[in-house]
Design a protein around this ligand. Structure first.
Ligand SMILES: *Cc1c(COP(=O)(O)O)cnc(C)c1O
Length: 389
C-alpha cells in the first residue's frame, strides 16, 4: 500500500469553471472572485467576506485593520504554523506566546485569564482553531474567550485556516467575529491552490481590508475595465498590498465550495474510524481531545500523541510508518522552539508545559475525503504492529 498524508479530491466543476475563466480572457480578480466571496459569506453566515491570495494575507490584513501598530503586543499560541505569528512581525508588533490545552491544542479561558494577569498590557489575541475544532469562543453559564476579551478590552483575530466548515453551538466559524481568516492552501479542507478569505461583521474592517488588499486603491480595479461608463481614474488612500485573489484560483474555490460538506463528512468518517480502532492503543498514545459534537468539527487534522514511555519514539514511529508506505506529518514543531522566535524573545520551553508534552510525541495521521476502508484498516494494523510489544 501507498497512502499519502494528503490527497486532494478534485472531481466536481473545477474544470468547467476554470474553462469559463480562460475563455473570458480575464485571468485575475473579477466576477469569479466576487461570486466566491458572496457564496462563502452565505455559507458561513457572515455579513462580509473578502477573497485574498493566501490565508497569510488574510491574517496580515486582519491584524492591520484591527489596528495593530508597531510596539503592540499580541497573544498567539506557540502550537501553530509560523504564519499565525509572522504577521504580527510584519506590523512591527511583538507576539506573546501562549501554552495550549493538552489534547486539543486550543487556548482555553483559563489559559487566557492567567496570561492576561501576567501581561495586562496586551490588547490583541489570535485564536487558532487547531485541527478544525473551534476554541471556546462562547459558552453557556461559563467563562468564554469572547467574554474575557470583552472584559479586558482585547480585540480578537481568528485563524480559522483549519476550521472550514466549523461550528460553535449554532454559530458558524466566520459568522460572529471582527476578523476571521480562512486558508485555501493546497492541503486545506477546500482549496484554490493558493488563496484565502477574511470574513467580518464589522463594515469598517471590510472596507479597510478591501482597500488594502489591492494597493490601497479606493475601488475594485476590474470594475474600471468592465464598467459601462468610462472610469480611468482612481485614488490611492494608503500604501496597500498586492493580495487580491485571481479568478483562476476563485474558479477552483467555487467548485470546491459546492462539495465542502461532502468532504467534511468524509473526514468525519475517517476520524470516527480512528477513534473506534485506536482505543486499544491508548496505553501507548493519546487520542485528540474533542469538546464539541463531531458534526461541528472541520476535521482538518487527526493528531495523536505518543506517550512519554512509548517505544519507539515519535521520529522512529514516523520512519516505520513511512517504510510501510504511510505518510504522516507533525503539526507542529512549536514556535517557541523555532530559532527566530526562540532567540528574539528568549523563550524557554518550561513556560510551555502542555505544548512540550505534545511536541515530545505528536504525529498527524492521514485524514482526507475518500480515504478507503482498506487503507484505514492498513493504517491501524500497521500502528498496532509498531506500537504493541
Ligand atoms: C495554512 C495555515 C495558515 C496560512 O495559510 P496560507 O494560505 O498557506 O497562507 C495560517 N495558519 C494556519 C494555522 C495554517 O494551518
Amino acid at each position: 500500500m501507498n497512502i499519502p498524508f494528503a490527497r486532494v479530491p478534485m472531481a466536481g466543476n473545477e474544470m468547467k469553471y476554470l474553462g469559463e475563466v480562460l475563455e473570458s480572457g480575464w485571468l485575475t480578480t473579477a466576477s469569479k472572485a466576487s461570486t466566491l466571496e458572496k457564496k462563502f459569506a452565505a455559507y458561513v453566515e457572515a455579513p462580509f467576506a473578502c477573497a485574498v491570495n493566501s490565508g497569510t494575507s488574510a491574517l496580515h490584513l486582519g491584524l492591520e485593520s484591527l489596528g495593530v501598530r508597531p510596539g503592540d503586543k499580541v497573544f498567539v499560541p506557540s502550537m501553530t504554523f509560523t504564519a499565525s505569528a509572522e504577521v504580527i512581525r510584519y506590523l512591527q508588533a511583538d507576539p506573546v506566546f501562549l501554552d495550549t490545552e493538552f489534547g486539543s491544542n486550543l487556548i482555553s479561558p483559563e489559559i487566557l485569564e492567567s496570561a492576561i494577569k501576567k501581561h495586562p498590557e496586551v490588547r490583541f489575541l489570535i485564536v487558532v482553531h487547531y485541527g478544525g475544532q473551534a476554541a471556546k469562543m462562547f459558552a453557556d453559564n461559563q467563562e468564554s474567550i469572547t467574554a474575557i476579551c470583552k472584559k479586558n478590552n482585547i480585540r480578537i483575530l481568528e485563524d480559522a485556516a483549519h476550521a472550514f466548515p466549523g461550528k460553535i453551538g449554532d454559530k458558524m466559524v466566520g459568522s460572529y467575529g471582527e476578523a476571521t481568516c480562512f486558508s485555501f492552501y493546497a492541503n486545506k479542507t477546500i482549496t484554490t491552490g493558493e488563496g484565502g478569505m477574511l470574513t467580518t461583521t464589522n463594515e469598517a474592517i471590510y472596507h479597510r481590508v478591501k482597500q488594502m488588499r489591492l494597493h490601497g486603491i479606493d475601488r475594485d480595479v476590474w470594475n474600471r475595465y468592465t464598467d459601462q461608463k468610462p472610469s480611468w481614474e482612481y485614488d490611492v488612500k494608503a500604501p496597500g498590498f498586492k493580495y487580491n485573489m485571481p479568478d483562476v484560483n476563485a474558479a477552483l474555490g467555487l467548485a470546491q465550495l459546492e462539495k465542502a460538506e461532502v468532504f467534511r463528512k468524509e473526514r468525519q468518517r475517517v476520524a470516527e474510524y480512528y477513534f473506534d480502532n485506536l482505543v486499544k492503543l491508548t496505553d501507548a498514545i493519546d487520542l485528540p481531545l474533542i469538546h464539541i459534537p463531531f458534526q461541528d468539527h472541520a476535521w482538518h487534522l487527526f493528531p495523536i500523541v505518543l506517550k512519554e514511555h512509548t517505544s519507539p519514539g515519535r521520529n522512529e514511529f514516523i520512519a516505520k510508518m513511512a517504510e510501510a508506505g504511510i505518510g504522516t506529518s507533525v503539526h507542529y514543531k512549536p514556535l517557541h522552539r523555532m530559532s527566530y522566535y526562540k532567540e528574539k524573545y528568549s523563550l524557554n520551553p518550561v513556560d510551555f508545559p502542555n505544548t512540550e508534552r505534545t511536541w515530545h510525541g505528536n504525529v498527524s495521521l492521514p485524514i482526507f475525503p475518500f480515504l478507503k476502508k482498506e487503507e484505514l484498516d492498513y493504517i491501524c494494523k500497521t500502528m498496532t504492529l509498531i506500537l504493541k510489544k
